[in-house]
Design a protein around this ligand. Sequence first.
Ligand SMILES: [Zn+2]
Length: 245
Amino acid sequence: MRVLIPVFVLLLLGGWWLLDTGRVPARWTPWAVPDPAEPPGLLTAWQLNRLGQEPAACFDWLDRADVGVSVLPDREDGDGCGLEGAGRLLQAASGIRYGAGVTARCPVLAALALWERHVLQPAAVQHLGSRVARVTHLGTYACRDIRTTGGTGGTGGMGGGRRSEHATANAIDIAGVTLADGRVLTILRDWDRQRPDGKPVSEARFWRAVRDGACDLFKVVLSPDYNDLHRDHLHLDMGPFKTCR
Ligand SMILES: [Zn+2]
């Protein structure tokens, strides 16, 4: 047992040295800043959340990632609501337009940029043969509590009078997309659509790929699979919890 302690310490120091000297890709280094060109990994959501603790560094990251943002002043709206380290999206790096303005905390904007590039566009090309031109969302900032269905259970300990991540613009609800070829897809219509043989249509497979990919980038991802309140959107947030349903 005594022999194992120095071995363990050596392994720990070796691991630290490898991470700290940049010999390990940023995606495997907890305190690294994600490289926008690198596909997301297990630590990316955590890294983005950590980046948001320093808004100036986070907005700097958005700038380097070619995301056009107007930085908003911090604002207290009372009752646990307000904006801190938030910005308004002017120009997405991917060229995607959003149906309504996107005002959100910096880590949400950063996660969206990586989601467009590494998840949304590849999934659209793979499953639908066209790129996404426009994203429709149902909102980012709303001074409210978490909605619960009541009686159906399965809220995973969340909800119950707690402020929603929307109360601090730390979330976005994605409802649909318009493809470059003009097709319009909505989660409400497509999520459970099946072919006559019972297999999911390509639109349904696209939405599941979009949901699954978002799980590497956002802390919380809730889809129609979670509960009926999410039958028409994907809730994506950068709050303290980690869940993907
Ligand atoms: Zn939401």
